[in-house]
Design a protein around this ligand. Structure first.
Ligand code: FAD
Length: 448
């Protein structure tokens, strides 16, 4: 209790491609000098922006300020593949099924609440339709094992009473243009977002409602002050009655949940714009999104002009890095790997350049729980995305705001009932064990 100092602040490797392909947004001011607010939010990703929106909905009179270490949409929130998934999506399973029908029904209800919350923001703030589309997604299968995983997941969805459609190789070819996939499992409830566009739209809407956002303002210390908390950056200080930490894995950088959070780096590449000839050679539909039938496989997404150009986005390969950073060598190795995956799927696009390659950080706990609770009086957390922050961090943000305002809801009840994140083996055994496990799982899912 008292003083929490950041031992590290975020470092990003590679441009967040989703931002670069949109018209530039003027930088926001950084925090300079001393100022005050009712609620300070550390982190302007899905969690922080959703918390601000929910606070504003509950009490429009609250003076809310957000501090982000970087630009809005430069962090993890602008680096993901943009699948806002409604259904169970258990990354540690072999087919995404969760830990039981009743838990999965509850998660689905919560995820849909997050998607509806985002859809309302899109309507209210005039966010372009192409940046948030409820178009569904496909679990794509390229091997016998992949087809079996899809069938097993389809049985689970049938038991849950959820709509789904198994697709054969021909249907997959018609959608994606590639003959690589042998089958697919379409589910209609996923919203496909242009992550940078969506969060920039959310941030702009919040600002019009009076929320202040400071960019390039990493918080270095958080300490108790006479009327609440004092947050210090290199150039300024923010005095706040209450604080929401919405900085995902960097919660640990302030000393919270030490030895309990797993920091995973994921990588993605986005192609240059497809020429009209390349579009003809590829065929298929203009927009589609395919997660791999095996959670450790390769995610592929095709986007169109409404998202920032006719391009393909590919994501593959995760590794455990307690320092939350990707080295240039890590990224180069993964880009080579993604090139191979891309060429195997799209031989008709051989030579198409990757225009942007980047890595991003996500934060898991061993037992799949988030940290959404009051850590100390007046200091709340909306952290630990478990790899699915488009929905999960939207939910923890909403929940933290509700809790701060003394409200209880299905979201606050769900997260406050969760256990503590499980303790990890000590360094370096955690890193060696996690990386060896991930390499093995990736090898097993190499065709997917
Ligand atoms: C390649 C890739 C693909 C992914 N694909 C998907 C997907 O398709 N669907 C999905 O649901 N999830 C996906 N994810 C995960 C998703 O990006 C994260 O779950 C999500 O970004 C978490 O949101 P958040 O708001 O909790 O945290 P973040 O997005 O990490 O935001 C936290 C913010 O806190 C800021 N911050 C940190 N420390 C400080 C500090 N000291 N002071 C001020 N600010 C600070 C950071 O700058 C950052 O902006 C993917 C991730 C990657 C990397």
């Amino acid at each position: 209790m008292g003083r929490h100092q950041a031992v590290r602040t975020p470092v990003f490797n590679g441009p967040a491609g989703w931002s670069v392909i949109l018209p530039p947004v003027a930088p926001r001011a950084r925090l300079d000098g001393s100022t005050g607010c009712d609620v300070a939010i550390v982190g302007g990703g899905f969690a922080g922006l959703s918390a601000a929106r929910r606070l504003h909905q509950i009490d429009p009179g609250l003076d809310v300020a957000i501090l982000d270490a970087a630009r809005i949409s430069e962090g993890g929130t602008g680096r993901n593949s943009g699948f806002m998934i409604d259904l169970p999506h258990e990354l540690t399973s072999s087919d995404y099924a969760g830990s039981g029908d009743s838990h999965d029904r509850q998660l689905t209800r919560l995820n849909r609440h997050a998607i509806d919350f985002a859809a309302q923001a899109v309507a209210e703030y005039g966010i372009p339709e192409g940046w948030f589309q409820r178009s569904g997604k496909i679990n794509a299968a390229a091997s016998e094992a992949g087809l079996a995983a899809n069938e097993s997941y389809a049985r689970h969805l049938h038991d849950l009473g959820e709509a789904h459609e198994l697709l054969d190789a021909r249907a997959m070819h018609e959608i994606t243009g590639t003959g690589y996939y042998r089958g697919g499992l379409y589910t209609p409830g996923t919203a496909m977002i242009q992550p940078a566009g969506y969060v920039q739209g959310l941030a702009a809407g919040l600002e019009r409602g009076g929320v202040r956002i400071y960019e390039n303002s990493p918080v270095l210390t958080i300490e108790t002050a006479p009327q609440g908390w004092r947050l210090a950056t290199a150039q300024g200080a923010l005095l706040a009655q209450r604080v929401i930490m919405a900085n995902n894995g960097h919660l640990e950088s302030f000393g919270f949940k030490r030895g309990r959070l797993m920091h995973i780096m994921l990588n993605a590449c986005m192609t240059e714009e497809l020429s009209p000839e390349a579009i003809r050679a590829l065929g298929g539909q203009e927009c589609w999104g395919a997660t791999p039938s095996d959670p450790m496989g390769t995610t592929v997404r095709r986007i169109g002009p409404a998202q920032g150009g006719n391009r393909i986005v590919i994501r593959q390969g995760g590794y455990y890095r307690p320092d939350m950073q990707t080295s240039a060598a890590d990224l180069a190795r993964l880009v080579d790997h993604m090139r191979q995956k891309f060429d195997a799927r799209f031989p008709m696009l051989k030579g198409l350049r990757f225009a942007y390659c980047w890595s991003g950080h996500l934060c898991l706990s061993k037992n799949g729980v988030s940290v959404m609770r009051e850590l100390e009086p007046g200091l709340f957390a909306a952290c630990v995305d478990n790899g699915l922050g488009t929905t999960r961090s939207t939910l923890t943000g909403i929940g933290a705001a509700e809790m701060l305002c003394g409200r209880s809801s299905m979201i606050t009840e769900f997260f406050t009932a969760e256990a503590e994140p499980g303790r990890l083996p000590p360094h370096p055994f955690d890193t060696i064990g996690a990386n060896a496990y991930m390499r093995w799982k990736e090898w097993q899912s190499r065709l997917e």
